[in-house]
Write a protein that binds this ligand. Structure first.
Ligand code: GLC
Length: 744
């Protein structure tokens, strides 16, 4: 509708209608299947509020959304359509690998296409807004939500943030896109001790340099919504942080879209000790310019009163309502509230062959080959007797905790994937043990009834039988593929853990099988980096498969049998032990760096009971065939500000394998007024290098990439000595140095 008509609508709305637009309720208020991820709580709101609600959380499906839209519009005095918003985070029905796996592709363009497909599926099912991408930088694998993030580096996360927002929003005008709501603003990934919902406390320079860039990239890419995070940041709950939301997001970043609270986070201002009661919480969140209250009674029960008392201006309320009406108008919902949604359209859009094909390609690119002793992989499909052992060998639960709309029945299992390669009769399969036999841990997840847990943990007799079968098929096989990993609900939201190891029962099975003198290939299913120090030596090959999604089994088989040369590179460090967490590659040097200090022995920055370095570093991953890096050259030894430095490196592929290689470029600012990390990723290129080919890869380094943030949040460029590093990961690098000078 024309802007003037929209303005007339706004002016004609009652205060109750206006407040209704600022409320989001979940499906259970509308007799709809409610995939409510968050805590269930009685809200204490009136039916009138339900009738006037402006948006609905996590209800999808052409039929149900059309039904509810009709009902809600009939109840609305001005027949204002509702927005359907949902967690469509890494797929809708066609599920991709978890974002920590998507980050491992180092292929933002591919992921943009995947998210465009995802938007088509979700839009066909009546959804308008997706609460994604989550772009929080993550340093601590104890935090279960690392699953949802592209990884630990701000530059890499920023590339994915831009690609994911573009993917979601690309086809909005055609009615087959999704409004992208980026989250969680801000620095939720810095939760202290990796404990869920815990506080984040960061210096301004650290926050600005290492946590904010991905959100800024998403805003610059045109994300139309931002979700506030549940944590406090430097003592202020993000949901009421004026400096963060008003000064930085709205004013400095010029974000004019909608800000929505995370689930009940306005109400939780009281729990944080930041608000005295719901009225105070309402005032503080609204003053910080939070537009929509997700799943809390605060706005519903207090906004009108605060306006009536003159403690909130009607003009400010109208501004918030205007943002929501404008989004609905931009989506064409006033003219076409059903947005061309139909059951027939939905059926045509979901899980198509082409979408599955792309999911298979993405899943294969997300796999990270961590070990391949004596190049045991790829296997020759037809020549070996293979035993596939482990609780994930034929499990459909490969989707991960946040694939809330995915259906495990659509999943291709690892067994099915391998069967499509091997000669019939050459593959024997046994689960060998449960995913976990830890009753206490399953109970503590707060998701399963005792009866369900009893179903999940086999009787001793069954456990012994499946164990014996696994050992016996392993003994008869040439090669054993073990499909092990954590339970779906051990990661994702509220999945913080202090132990990052395989469940004890799985470790026992691996220990025993590793004694049989067979080649052991481990396929790991997890939503986070696991501690593999008790696993690494007992295997000949390790494939980190994440939760690989709907086509996971096919993708894993494609890599095992060499149809795809694995190119995944870790976007998050794998610790040697939990005690190292949080661990990340871009740490500071310290005054006593191990191996580079005038002090000797114990008096350097190290642990006395563990290595300092991770087991597998950021950017690490193997491929079939080896690439040699050489001739790392810079165009100049000195550059002035505003000059561009040209950089080149030569890759030699001496193998018989064509392959992708992600060339990573890092830098270090040797001396600065705020000390700088040992390395910072500044650029990367994923290039295709044919067998026996030499390839020169070039980069350009501009002065603005060498800037850093000071503790006033100011971006600074200082002359001085810089090092550049190039290589296949953040550890095995070639180094070259140059100086930035004020003027020649
Ligand atoms: C959850 C999550 C958030 C999600 C929201 C709606 O608590 O923190 O990521 O989008 O609630 O489900």
């Amino acid at each position: 509708m024309e802007t003037k008509n929209l303005k007339e609508l706004l002016d004609d709305m009652s205060i109750e209608e206006k407040v209704g637009q600022l409320i989001q309720l979940s499906g259970d208020f509308f007799e709809a299947n409610n995939i409510s991820i968050g805590p269930k709580q009685k809200l204490g709101i009136t039916q009138k509020t339900v009738d006037l609600t402006g948006s609905i959380l996590n209800v999808t499906g052409a039929e149900i959304t059309t039904k509810i839209q009709k009902e809600q519009m009939a109840k609305q005095p001005h027949h204002i359509p509702v927005l359907f918003m949902s967690d469509v985070i890494y797929g809708y029905k066609t599920i991709y690998p978890i974002p920590l796996g998507l980050g491992a592709t180092w292929n933002p363009n591919l992921i943009e296409k995947a998210f465009q497909n995802t938007a088509h599926e979700a839009a066909a099912s009546g959804n308008h807004v997706t609460f994604a991408p989550m772009v929080d930088v993550v340093h601590d694998a104890r935090w279960g939500r690392v699953l949802e993030s592209p990884g630990e580096d701000p530059f890499l996360n920023a590339q994915f943030a831009k690609a994911m927002v573009n993917g979601f929003q690309k086809d909005l005008a055609k009615g087959s896109g999704q409004v992208s709501c980026i989250k969680h603003f801000a620095a939720y990934g810095a939760a202290e001790s990796g404990r869920e919902y815990n506080s984040a406390d960061l210096s301004i320079s650290n926050l600005s340099q290492n946590y904010l860039p991905p959100y800024k990239a998403a805003v610059d890419a045109g994300a139309k919504m931002v979700m506030t995070s549940l944590n406090t940041l430097n003592g202020i709950p993000a949901t009421a942080d004026k400096q963060l939301l008003l000064d930085l997001l709205r004013k400095s970043w010029e974000f004019s879209g909608i800000i929505i609270s995370d689930y009940a986070s306005i109400f939780e201002l009281i729990k944080h000790g930041f608000a005295t009661d719901q009225e105070d919480a309402t005032q503080k969140a609204f003053d910080a310019s939070v537009d929509i209250d997700m799943k809390s009674p605060c706005y519903a029960n207090n906004l009108a009163k605060l306006v009536a008392d003159g403690r909130l201006s009607l003009a400010k309320l109208d501004e918030a309502v205007w943002r929501i009406l404008t989004l609905k108008n931009d989506l064409g919902l006033f003219e076409n509230p059903f947005n061309r949604v139909s059951v027939a359209q939905e059926k045509k859009a979901l899980l198509t062959e082409s979408k599955r094909k792309l999911a298979r390609q993405v899943a294969a690119e997300a796999l990270v080959l961590l070990k391949n002793k004596d190049n045991i992989l790829p296997l020759k499909a037809k020549e070996q007797k293979i035993a596939l052992v482990g609780p994930y060998s034929d499990s459909k639960y490969l989707l991960g905790m946040w694939a809330v709309h995915g259906n495990v029945e659509d999943t291709i299992t690892i067994k099915q994937g391998i069967e499509s390669y091997v000669t019939k009769g050459n593959l024997k399969v046994a689960t060998g043990t449960d995913i976990t036999r830890d009753y206490k841990m399953l109970k503590s997840m707060g998701y399963f009834s005792d009866e369900q847990i009893d179903q999940m943990i086999s009787s001793e007799d069954t456990e012994n039988k499946q164990h014996e079968k696994a050992i016996s098929i392993a003994k008869e096989a040439d090669t054993v593929i073990m499909a092990l990993g954590e339970h779906t609900l051990e990661s994702g939201e509220a999945g913080s853990k202090t132990s990052l190891r395989l469940p004890k029962n799985q470790q026992r099975l691996l220990d025993e099988i590793s004694q049989l003198g067979k080649k052991v290939i481990l396929v790991l299913i997890s939503g986070r980096p696991l501690v593999l120090k008790d696993v690494e030596a007992k295997t000949d090959a390790i494939i980190q498969a994440w939760f690989p999604g709907t086509e996971g089994g096919n993708a894993i088989a494609d890599v095992i049998f060499g149809k795809v040369n694995p190119s995944g590179r870790l976007s998050m460090s794998f610790p040697y032990t939990e005690g190292q967490e949080p661990i990340h590659y871009n740490h500071l040097v310290t005054g006593r760096p191990q191996g580079a200090s005038q002090h000797v022995g114990r008096f350097v920055s190290r642990y006395i009971d563990a290595p300092t370095e991770p087991l597998y570093p950021f950017g690490f991953g193997l491929s079939y065939g080896k690439i040699e890096y050489s001739d790392f050259v810079l165009s100049q030894k000195e550059i002035t500000k505003n000059e561009t430095l040209k950089v080149a490196v030569t890759l030699k592929n001496n193998s018989s394998w064509d392959r992708w290689e992600t060339v990573q470029l890092y830098f270090h600012d040797e001396v600065a007024s705020v000390v700088q990390p040992v390395k910072r990723l500044i650029d990367f290129k994923k290039v295709f290098v044919k067998a026996q080919q030499n390839l020169t890869v070039e980069f350009e380094v501009r002065d603005d990439e060498l800037k850093f943030f000071d503790n006033q949040g100011k971006l600074i460029l200082e002359a001085g000595a810089f090092d550049l590093f190039v290589g296949p990961n953040s550890r095995d690098v070639l180094k070259a140095s140059f100086s930035l000078i004020d003027k020649k």
